[in-house]
Design a protein around this ligand. Structure first.
Ligand code: ADP
Ligand code: MG
Length: 153
């Protein structure tokens, strides 16, 4: 299968999912995070970023559009494009440089940057299930498929 799905009962389980997922994310991977406001995209990102060794806070880059994390083993760029007016603005902020490195890119609201961001390796969908959540991951490349396979083991 090229998808993996799991029920997440609370915030801690969403963070734990990110921490588990981060073990399988390799340099240069691009993750798209989909889902309504409050669905848990930033919470999952926190699990990934802290799982990779960041010890400080992980804040939502809603106003800055991107938050960089330069960690010992890897760099991560966490984007939130929700407030992006025109995707062309991404050109002015030098978006190409972000994607030309070996960094891991995690992008909330990727649809807002359509045409200016690369294809994803993994599409993550966070959905409400009452007060809880369901996460569904879909592979979009061989690199993404490897992640799905490892999660399913
Ligand atoms: P988004 O980035 O998608 O807008 P956030 O991660 O900022 O969402 O916020 C998600 C909210 O939902 C937070 O208040 C968090 O505590 C809560 N939350 C996260 N995961 C779960 C879960 N599995 N079940 C219930 N609530 C959750
Ligand atoms: Mg968010």
């Amino acid at each position: 299968s090229n998808t993996f799905s799991q029920h997440l009962a609370d915030e801690a389980q969403t963070v734990a999912m990110g921490t588990r997922l981060c073990k399988y994310i390799k340099e240069g991977a691009v993750l798209f995070l989909h889902g309504d406001l409050g669905a848990g995209k930033t919470t999952l990102s926190r699990g990934i970023v802290q799982g990779m060794g960041h010890t400080g806070k992980v804040k939502s880059p809603t106003y800055t559009l991107v938050e960089p994390y330069d960690l010992d083993d890897v760099s991560i760029y966490h984007f939130d494009l929700y407030r992006l007016g025109d995707p062309e603005e991404l050109e002015y902020m030098g978006i190409r440089d972000y994607f030309s490195t070996n960094a891991i890119c995690i992008i909330e609201w990727p649809e807002k940057g359509h045409g200016f961001i690369p294809n994803s390796d993994l599409d993550v969908d966070m959905a409400y299930d009452g007060q809880q959540r369901i996460i569904t991951l879909s592979a979009n490349s061989e690199r993404g498929q490897i992640i799905i396979n490892q999660l399913g083991q």
